[in-house]
Design a protein around this ligand. Structure first.
Ligand SMILES: Nc1ncnc2c1ncn2[C@@H]1O[C@H](COP(=O)(O)OP(=O)(O)OP(=O)(O)O)[C@@H](O)[C@H]1O
Ligand SMILES: [Mg+2]
Length: 316
């Protein structure tokens, strides 16, 4: 994985804190293809010794209440019987295990917190929630609630969420990192690796500028362009071929480039991503995407006591 030093450090800080008996939360934000899931995979690979539970929210399940939190908790469901009775009933109703009036979201949140905390007494727990923009509303409420209440529980929670133009009410108050495209040298490195053969310098600069350093867009452009185009012997197409799901984003970005850089092989100044308004902390000014990280310091760890606390029988 190229670059992402600050993000990797923040992830290591969460993992280290959890291993030391604390808790930690980090929300990775960014546009499609910028590398959020790749960073979650990086964290999971380095989470040896932790119990890892994952959920990937899917668009088709956004209307199914508690679907994502249910998927996350599957490994811990056998322990539901040991929950305090009101929490047990609330979770049972939420998951369709028992019938009853609609579950009280507060009690469901407490039940999830208790389940995770009990499991973490045996071995620290890492919850990984990807594509959080598609969480069903109930799961988003519960997971946000749990993330805000972690103390010295030996629980880590990592979220990845596509940047949205509207503020997201559930994960808003949590420590986050906003991912921007790769800085220019690293984006060039990724392009060279993806192509596997020399790319003419001006063409490479233009691809990096046109994609804003977005890793997925770079990889897709590398796959779509012909060897002649990559050597600068044939003009690049307009807009760059960056794959169907990125077309809207990057087609617009290419149209925003000054006209004298469109279609030329001269270095182009990358426009700001329409979805990443965060500030730049590196690579500015000048051509190339730079790096924008909001809250560049690693996520604060929660909980003052570096050892497991007493059982959370009542959830709080
Ligand atoms: N730092 C990196 N170095 C090399 N390759 C990367 C890097 N970051 C991402 N990639 C590659 O770019 C592609 C897109 O990354 P990823 O799937 O993590 O994006 P994403 O932000 O999760 O996108 P989405 O919002 O669509 O889920 C993947 O093939 C991934 O391996
Ligand atoms: Mg992803």
């Amino acid at each position: 994985m190229i670059d992402r030093r600050a993000e990797k450090q923040a992830l290591h800080q969460v993992l280290g804190g959890v291993r030391a008996g604390m808790s930690g939360v980090l929300v990775l934000r960014g546009e499609p293809g910028v590398g959020k899931s790749a960073l979650l995979d990086y964290a999971v690979e380095r989470a040896a010794g932790l119990q890892i539970v994952r959920t990937v929210a899917v668009e088709s399940e956004t209307a199914l209440g508690f679907a994502a939190v249910h998927q996350l908790l599957v490994p811990f469901l056998p322990a539901v019987d040991r929950l305090p009775e009101p929490q047990q009933r609330a979770l049972g109703v939420a998951f369709g295990l028992v019938s009853g009036p609609p579950a009280d979201p507060f009690l469901v949140g407490l039940a999830v917190l208790t389940l995770l905390a009990d499991a973490a007494e045996v071995r620290p727990v890492l919850c990984v929630i990807d594509d959080a923009q598609w969480l069903d509303g109930e799961s988003a409420d519960v997971l946000g609630f749990v993330a805000r209440r972690l103390l010295a529980d030996r629980i880590g929670m990592l979220f990845a969420i596509r940047e949205t133009t509207e503020p997201d009410p559930h994960l808003q108050a949590l420590p986050d990192l906003r991912l921007a495209g790769l800085p220019e040298p690293e984006a060039q490195e990724l392009l060279a690796t993806a192509v596997g053969r020399p790319v003419e310098a001006g063409v490479a600069e233009r691809i990096v500028a046109g994609t804003g350093g977005n890793p997925l867009a770079i990889v897709e452009a590398a796959a779509e362009l012909t060897p002649e185009q990559l050597r600068g012997r044939l003009p690049l197409t307009e807009p760059l071929p960056v794959g169907r799901h990125l077309e809207g984003l990057f087609g617009r970005r290419m149209r925003e480039l000054p006209t004298d850089t469109q279609g030329s092989t001269r270095p182009a100044r990358a426009p700001r991503s329409p979805l990443s308004p965060g500030r730049r902390v590196r690579g500015e000014p000048g051509p190339g995407p730079g790096r924008r990280i909001r809250d560049a310091s690693p996520a604060p760890l929660r909980g003052p006591v570096p050892k497991p606390g007493p059982p959370r029988a009542a959830g709080l």
